[in-house]
Design a binder for this molecule. Structure first.
Ligand SMILES: NC(=O)c1ccc[n+]([C@@H]2O[C@H](COP(=O)([O-])OP(=O)(O)OC[C@H]3O[C@@H](n4cnc5c(N)ncnc54)[C@H](OP(=O)(O)O)[C@@H]3O)[C@@H](O)[C@H]2O)c1
Length: 292
């Protein structure tokens, strides 16, 4: 009986008493990640630009008995991320787990066309049409920066501290676009492909510092931005939503809680200690299926 009890004691969460930093923690997926890590005993720093949404997540975590620190921070502003790191270290202790969830797309960086149309190069274009040749490079650059530099900068700032301590685990958010670009979203697709490549690169680089770097690639999960694209106002499927469903063997969108197993496993040094440089798809079979 005594031996059995000590076995149970060994089975504590890998997150208990450790500090996790979650960027994009006010959003659909990473609010769920932050709440789960807190539920498993982590002290969680919540980073994003909108303090109100971070405070709402922090309030839920605290109400459930957890520890959370909401910090307004733009992840492509290296000085702001460094200020956040100093606050996290002082208030919660040095970062052990870094989850880079901040990211996303912008409507102005999306084409309205799914493929080239001669109207794109005609003297008179249909109103509202935006092809590849019409894309604003400034908007294109914004999307590249948030999804790529917005991952690189926290890895530099928090990774430096983790490397000095010789431990830690980093998890980046990629996408289906990382592997095969969807129509209409060239900047987002290019940026998320970069996230997978950078995850591999950093995994190799930080291995001597005893830091693992992995990624998750969510399939289609409805968030505030994609709701308008995937669903109709009455909650049915839009044409794009139907298209996604036609390529998703499980025939539904993902739920944020369905990411948590992959996220927690990849972060866990005991269970995934020999896994680094991997990006795991959580996608209802989307990548596995040719859809025909
Ligand atoms: N939902 C999906 O189907 C899906 C699929 C594949 C990949 N992903 C990726 O998974 C991650 C989370 O997605 P999600 O669905 O949870 O999106 P979301 O609900 O839009 O959350 C993204 C969060 O990132 C924050 N953010 C954006 N730019 C930022 C910046 N410069 N600095 C700091 N925070 C910033 C946003 O908050 P503020 O605007 O307040 O800063 C927002 O709370 C993203 O990287 C996304 O690209 C999502």
């Amino acid at each position: 009986m005594r031996a059995r009890r000590s076995l149970f004691k060994m089975n504590t969460s890998p997150f208990t008493g450790k500090t996790a930093v979650v960027t994009g923690a006010g959003g659909t997926l990473c609010s769920a990640v932050a709440k789960e890590l807190a539920r498993q005993g982590a002290r969680v720093a919540l980073l994003g630009r909108t303090l109100a949404s971070l405070e709402a997540v922090a309030a839920e975590i605290r109400a459930a008995g957890g520890a959370a620190l909401p910090l307004a921070c733009d992840v492509i502003d290296a000085a702001a991320v460094e200020r956040a790191r100093a606050t996290v270290t002082r208030e919660l202790g040095a970062c052990h787990f870094l989850i880079n969830g901040a990211g996303g797309n912008q409507p102005d960086a999306v084409t309205t066309l799914t493929e080239f149309s001669p109207t794109e190069v005609a003297a008179e274009k249909p109103a509202g049409q935006r092809g590849f040749f019409d894309l604003s490079l400034a908007k294109f650059d914004d999307v590249i920066r948030i999804n790529t530099l917005g991952t690189v900068i926290p890895c530099q700032v928090f990774g430096r501290e983790m490397a000095a301590l010789g431990r830690g685990s980093i998890l980046n958010f990629a996408s289906m676009n990382s592997f095969r670009p969807l129509t209409r979203v060239p900047a987002y697709a290019m940026a998320k492909a970069g996230v997978v490549n950078f995850t591999q690169w950093l995994a190799g680089y930080l291995a001597p510092a005893n830091i693992r770097v992995n990624g998750v690639a969510p399939g289609f999960f409805v968030n505030d931005r994609s709701r308008k694209i995937l669903l109709t106002p009455d909650g049915g499927l839009s044409a794009r939503g139907q298209n996604v469903m036609g390529h998703t063997p499980l025939k539904r969108f993902g739920e944020a809680h369905e990411l948590l197993g992959a996220v927690c496993w990849l972060l866990d040094d005991a269970k995934a200690g020999f896994v680094t440089g991997q990006t795991i798809a959580v996608d209802g079979g989307f990548l596995a299926s040719a859809g025909i």
